[in-house]
Design a protein around this ligand. Structure first.
Ligand code: FAD
Length: 277
């Protein structure tokens, strides 16, 4: 089977133990030669320092590191400072997002949507960064309509994004349809599926409700039936997600981006089964 490039996403750890665990996970995942490791950014700047520290660590280890940068609640000045801090240490790729305003934060700040952030990054730093943006095959939960969401995705690409990473999904048809519709709108940027390995059903159900990713009924019912039996949930999850990846690769997906939740094993096992060693 053809092997498109892979990448892994982490969140910035909060404790020294978390840092150690993530370093160990990264070592394992690095054996598969990923194109990059990305690190999330708490909207409103809540993880600003930890994201920067984690990115620096990855960069110093010799891997390509891609910080996420969300603009909601922020100012041009703050975003500019972060962009130049990343540029100065040699970072070349950024995942540009709007983010969600944390509860209790009153002002949306100086950027309303991610397309404004993409345009700002291009205006400030020219072609220096490879810019990734988010895409939603099952549509963003706040979108007025599927059509408007597609057009809003196009705005980000037109503003200068090079490629996109999708929200996770378990229905390959939603992804293929989204790519097809994007191409009809003239979007040629690669659209890399985001892959969420399944570790814990309750956690996945909670996440999915929040971000608008659908867990198909047959999967929900099967996992609910396993109750507290985490081994069965994980074994089922690995089968289902491996099959999903096989379909995506066979259908021409240009890459696979894994939401690792800072754990190596689930992503490693799926990728090993796909022939990545
Ligand atoms: P946008 O592209 O701005 O879209 C948000 C909504 O506004 C959509 O409904 C869209 O249709 C609409 N819209 C967009 N542009 C316009 C416009 N010009 N006019 C009118 N409506 C418009 N969140 C974090 O906080 N930190 C992270 O690190 C992070 N990483 C992520 C990584 C990936 C790969 C993905 C898929 C999501 C990530 N998120 C992260 C979540 C993301 O921030 C949320 O989904 C957020 O609600 C939307 O961000 P966006 O960049 O897609 O926003």
């Amino acid at each position: 089977m053809n092997k498109p490039h892979i990448s892994f996403e982490f969140f910035p750890p909060q404790t020294p133990e978390g840092v150690e665990k993530l370093t160990a996970a990264r070592k394992l995942l690095a054996t598969l030669n990923p194109e990059f490791f990305s690190v999330t950014f708490g909207a409103g700047g809540s993880t600003q320092e930890r994201t920067m520290e984690t990115i620096q660590r990855i960069h110093q280890e010799g891997y390509q590191a891609a910080p996420h940068l969300s603009c909601v609640g922020s100012t041009r000045e703050n975003i500019r400072a972060l962009l130049f801090a990343y540029k100065d240490i040699g970072i070349k790729r950024i995942v540009a997002l709007r983010g969600d305003l944390p509860s209790g934060m009153a002002s949306i700040g100086e950027f309303q949507y991610a397309n404004e952030l993409v345009a700002f990054i291009r205006a400030e730093t020219g072609a220096h960064f490879h810019i990734e943006v988010a895409a939603y095959p099952e549509f963003h939960p706040q979108a007025n309509s599927a059509r408007e969401d597609m057009l809003n995705f196009k705005r980000k690409v037109d503003a200068g994004a090079n490629s996109a990473i999708t929200q996770y999904f378990y229905n390959a048809d939603a992804y293929f349809r989204f790519v097809e519709e994007s191409r009809k709108l003239g979007i040629t940027a690669p659209i890399v599926p985001g892959i969420m390995p399944i570790m814990k059903y309750s956690q996945l159900a909670r996440f999915s409700d929040m971000c608008g990713a659908e867990i198909p009924r047959w999967m929900r019912k099967t996992m609910e039936g396993f109750g507290d039996d985490t081994d069965s949930v994980q074994s089922f999850g690995r089968d289902v997600v491996t099959q999903l990846c096989e379909k995506l690769i066979a259908g021409g997906a240009p890459g696979l981006h894994f939401y690792t939740l800072n754990q190596a094993n689930a992503s490693l096992e799926i990728l090993n089964r796909l022939g990545y060693k």
